[in-house]
Design a protein around this ligand. Structure first.
Ligand code: MEV
Length: 389
């Protein structure tokens, strides 16, 4: 008996790096996905692809285990299998997709105990932007609300146990810990919800508002308001073509590099603010279905990212190659290597141009399904016996 969940990768249309400072940004879920499958096994040690898991090499899984599957509460060891078609460490959100899919699989594997009260359903366990007494950023109590857990009545199973807010919050906390405490919730929320996700410093519209996320960073508190734009009008007529340079550049290093540049020269915050202004223009264009203007904003965003020092000649070459056949092109993710993305009405032509310039190309339609439980009829493997956590 195994439990499997999957989540898509993401591309950023505007605002990477600046979003870490609280500026607006937009990301789109891509067709490529990661699947995580788990199964209980005998013994103490977890396995990954059949070999003993080394938690130091897999900090994401270590943190997920602490948040959802603590051994101190008697959780059994698990065997984990991961597969999918999102290139790793390439700016396409593979680590966020992994965290989101794994958190969904783990939640399904323990179910969720609730009580039904006159005011509605109350969670006895779990992480939510609407619950203050559980904290996915520290995970100190494995998400258990001891007083309610003691009265637990009903266990939610399968899809009913899952919650996108929870998976994305856990994903964000895991990303933040892997990125030295500096991460926006953009990747995790896009991989969880799918479609097109907008982050802003203000609530843009009540219709598509999701929740607020906050994170204390070394240089102050950040607050993001997240929105789900679904697939904006005209989105069926455009494609994303992703060009992979094959150069690996860890996100944490690029994020730290930008933080240091701003710390050394605080006046460079203007560049971050300019990216925010470009993103805001791009967001208006997106809402109006004006993809020519969306593309222009992407290309302007690339100029700013180059100025910040997070592009590289391999990325610049692919962006230049994609430009003639696309509406706009830029690096996507943390940069320094990894991938670029072009918005285009001619995906085959743009893809050929990227390949001719030495990149690997992937085509994705615009906006895709978010996290999904692939084994909806599954039964939990384990749930904490008491409220002692
Ligand atoms: C990484 O996909 C995007 C960055 O803006 C980092 C983040 O948002 O946490 C570079």
């Amino acid at each position: 008996m195994n439990i499997e969940a999957s989540a898509p990768g993401k591309c950023i249309l505007f605002g990477e790096h600046a979003v870490v400072f609280g500026q607006p940004a937009v990301a789109v879920a891509i067709e490529q996905r990661i699947h995580v499958s788990i199964q209980p096994i005998e013994g103490e040690d977890w396995t990954l692809e059949g070999t003993k898991l080394n938690p130091r090499k897999h900090p994401h899984l270590k943190m997920l285990r602490r948040l959802l599957w603590p051994r101190k509460d008697g959780a059994p060891a698990l065997s984990i299998e991961i597969h999918g078609d999102i290139p790793r460490a390439s700016g396409l959100g593979s680590s966020a997709a992994l965290s989101v899919a794994a958190s969904a699989a783990l939640r399904a594997a323990r179910g969720r105990w609730v009580i039904e009260s006159e005011q509605g359903r109350v969670w006895a366990e779990g992480y939510s932007s609407e619950i203050e007494d559980t904290d996915a950023y520290t995970g100190e109590n494995s998400g258990i609300r001891a007083d309610i857990y003691a009265k637990k009545e009903r266990q939610l199973l399968g899809n009913e146990a899952l919650d996108l807010d929870e998976c994305s919050m856990i994903g964000h906390s895991v990303e933040a810990s892997a990125q030295g405490g500096r991460a926006s919730p953009m990747d995790a929320s896009t991989c969880a919800h799918g479609g097109v996700i907008l982050l802003s410093d203000q609530i843009e519209s009540d219709n598509d508002y999701l929740y607020q996320r906050q994170l204390e960073m070394s240089d102050g508190m950040r607050t993001w308001e997240l929105h789900d734009l679904g697939v904006p009008k005209g989105g069926e007529e455009v494609y994303l073509v992703i060009g992979n340079t094959g150069v690996h550049a860890p996100t944490a290093d690029q994020v730290a590099k930008v933080a240091k540049a701003i710390q050394d020269e605080p006046e460079r915050m203007k560049e971050i603010e300019t990216i925010g202004l470009i993103a805001r223009r791009g967001i208006e264009a997106l809402k109006n279905g004006d993809y020519e203007a969306v593309g222009r904003a992407m290309t302007e965003n690339q100029v700013m990212l180059r100025g910040l020092g997070v592009s590289c000649h391999e990325l610049d070459d692919l962006v230049r190659a994609a430009a003639p056949s696309s509406l706009g092109a830029k690096l996507t993710g943390a940069g320094g290597g990894g991938c670029m993305v072009a918005l285009t009405r001619n995906p085959e032509m743009t893809s050929e141009a990227i390949k001719n310039a030495g990149g690997k190309a992937l085509i994705s339609k615009f906006g895709n399904q978010g996290m999904r439980l692939e084994t909806p009829d599954c039964e939990p493997f384990w749930s904490p016996q008491s409220s002692s956590s």
